[in-house]
Design a protein around this ligand. Structure first.
Ligand code: SAM
Length: 228
């Protein structure tokens, strides 16, 4: 079984240093681990799952690919199934930003032992950045994948003193704010369009909660416009 990854997982795979032992947290179908071994990027992957259904599916896919000697499946939450030093890179993709931050917070000895974490939050990216900074992790790279007209932010993170940060680092990202690739520019324009769509109707609403939401979105809109 040859695996073909979608553009989101391909971008993540491309950020993994060749030769690293890798953990894929919440692997679901195990497509990323299978791809990493098939492409010679890694010869040792530990894939974890919290849910029995996906775990079974992943085990079947690894078997079909004939890669049981290279990919080990483990059942459990977040980084808990790992010991410090077992892998050099961990991928935590396709979950909410707060879930990802919680996974890191709950397993500091393992998280601190990693050379690299690749994180792909589906939502609450600013909250994830805020928590990463306060836990002492630095975002060293960021990128955006487009898949079926949806945008996915990907962050590469290391255990390093993050230095001083501002609101734009949290909201837009310390790397994305300076990145000028066509995809990132499209993403910034998309974020501006979405926020403008949220702000317009709120201007006509005079409730306290409406005003609070309006202020929040206007603040965010200003930051995204500032980096364009
Ligand atoms: C949307 S899928 C993403 C799968 C894959 N990582 C990807 O990016 O394509 C999320 C997977 O994470 C698993 N999951 C959610 N929370 C988890 C946790 N705390 N620890 C391990 N797995 C988790 C779910 O069971 C599900 O299979």
């Amino acid at each position: 079984m040859k695996v073909h990854l979608n553009d989101r997982l391909l971008l993540i795979a491309g950020m993994i240093p060749r030769g690293h032992a890798v953990a894929d947290i919440g692997t679901d179908h195990a497509y990323l681990p299978i791809y990493l071994v098939q492409e010679g990027i890694s010869t040792r992957v530990i894939a974890t799952e919290i849910t029995r259904g996906p775990l079974k599916r992943a085990i079947i896919n690894v078997k079909k690919a004939g890669l049981e000697n290279f990919i080990e499946m483990r059942h459990g939450p977040g980084l808990k199934p790992l010991s410090p030093g077992e892998v050099r890179t961990a991928v935590i993709a396709g979950m909410g930003g707060e879930t990802i931050a919680g996974i890191i917070k709950d397993s500091r000895p393992v998280a601190d032992s990693l050379e690299l974490m690749l994180l792909q939050p589906m939502r609450n990216q600013p909250e994830l950045r805020r928590q990463l900074f306060s836990m002492g992790f630095k975002i060293i790279e960021e990128d955006v994948a487009i898949e079926d007209s949806r945008y996915y932010e990907i962050m590469a993170v290391q255990r390093q003193t993050p230095g001083s940060i501002d609101d734009i680092d949290i909201t837009v990202g310390p790397v994305l704010r300076k990145k000028r690739t066509p995809v990132v520019l499209r993403y910034i324009e998309h974020k501006i369009a979405v926020l403008e769509g949220l702000v317009q109707p709120l201007r006509a609403i005079n409730t306290a909660s409406g005003q609070k939401a309006l202020e929040k979105y206007e603040r965010e809109l200003k930051m995204w416009k500032e980096v364009l």
